[in-house]
Ligand binder design. Structure first.
Ligand SMILES: Cc1ncc(COP(=O)(O)O)c(C=O)c1O
Length: 355
């Protein structure tokens, strides 16, 4: 967070994005880890996440970026959550609140500048004017989100930025009094013009690059800027067994012992977020050495080849994700992105904050 702040300069505020259980890292632990570092407030995806975070953060700004249900609205406003509004229906829901609550509601207009996710389009502007003129609501922010900021090509991102500034002009809202924001980690790193006064970093704060392209771009301009993943995922060997050559391992018998050897059982499976695509492909580390995953990952267990581990013992610590096996590596094995690897970690796994 301090590094990012230094990169963007002190006049730009940071809104750490802690949606999806802080990208799988544990929202409580993440909020604790950030302590009282200077920030605008937090960003979450849903109304439910906002309410949960409010119990951890009784004061301070929290923006619900992506979705809330009209049935939750009174509760969200009472909890002083700031709310994205993305179309006539969501705006009407706010405007239909009883007057006392409506006056408390603080809204960020979400504009669709080319991602074609939620947001008002240019063609919605007349409706937006009419609605806003009919009944005053407290617009405290205007924002948008990029579709291609992680990529090497810049054309679409520059176009979206241009669309955003054009829409801001067309809205005729005095911008000095409100927050305009558009930049995720990648955009904050690679597009200084997209930072405005506030950025919304997620992945970068967890020490992971949004993409190799952004990593290469930033390395070129800021060679000393480094990210270090903050998350490790650990378990313990549940059982160790010696099996003869030819023994089949796991469901479907997809792996056979090439010789007499030691097999370890790890009590973690796809129900915990250890993806089944990592069957016969990933590895864990034990005492700093690699132990390949053998056979299919089950719902609650998987097996590892212990041939290179000296005197393994039940209860020994196993690193599933950490220095020797990164979220980027696991993502590549599965044909996905590091975001999906960390956000899929079951919230039931205990998170421990170490410093
Ligand atoms: C609206 C919005 N803002 C900011 C972010 C943070 O993006 P990143 O994790 O790439 O920094 C996200 C994440 O998907 C998002 O949906």
């Amino acid at each position: 967070m301090a590094q990012l702040q230094q990169l963007v300069g002190s006049q730009v505020q940071l809104m750490p994005i802690v949606k999806a259980n802080a990208y799988g890292h544990g929202v409580r632990q993440t909020v604790d880890a950030l302590g009282d570092l200077r920030r605008w407030g937090f960003g979450v995806a849903t109304g439910a996440e906002g309410l949960q975070l409010r119990t951890l953060q009784p004061h301070g700004r929290i923006l619900v970026l992506s979705s809330w249900q009209p049935a939750q609205l009174r509760q969200l406003v009472k909890a002083q959550l700031e709310l994205a509004v993305w179309d006539e229906v969501s705006l009407a829901a706010i405007q239909s609140l009883p007057q006392s609550l409506r006056r408390q509601a603080r809204v960020h207009l979400k504009l669709d500048t080319g991602t074609t996710r939620i947001g008002f389009q240019r063609s919605d502007l007349p409706v937006l004017y009419r609605r806003l003129a009919r009944q005053v609501i407290h617009v405290v922010g205007i924002f948008s989100h990029f579709a291609n900021a992680e990529e090497a090509g810049q054309t679409r991102t520059k176009q979206q930025l241009h669309n955003f500034t054009t829409l801001l002009d067309a809205l005729h809202i005095p911008l000095q009094e409100i927050d305009t924001h558009m930049a995720c980690t990648a955009a904050a790193m690679a597009y200084p013009g997209a930072r405005f006064g506030l950025i919304r970093p997620g992945m970068g704060l967890y020490g992971l690059w949004p993409s190799p392209q952004i990593q290469a771009r930033l390395r070129a301009t800021h060679p000393t800027f480094q990210l270090q993943p903050v998350l490790s995922w650990k378990s313990r060997l549940l059982q160790i067994k010696t099996v003869p050559a030819g023994t089949a391992v796991g469901y479907g018998s997809t792996w056979h012992a090439p010789r007499r050897m030691s097999v370890g059982v790890v009590p973690v499976g796809y129900a915990d977020g250890y993806d089944r695509h990592w069957s016969n492909a990933a590895w864990v580390t034990i005492a700093g050495k690699r132990a390949p995953v053998i056979g299919r990952v089950c719902m609650n267990m998987f097996m590892v080849d212990l041939r290179h581990i000296r005197r393994p013992r039940p209860g020994q610590e196993v690193t599933l994700l950490g220095p020797g096996i990164t979220a980027d590596t696991l993502a590549a094995l599965q044909g996905t992105i590091n975001y999906e690897v960390t956000t899929r970690l079951s919230p039931d796994i205990q998170r421990i904050l170490t410093r």
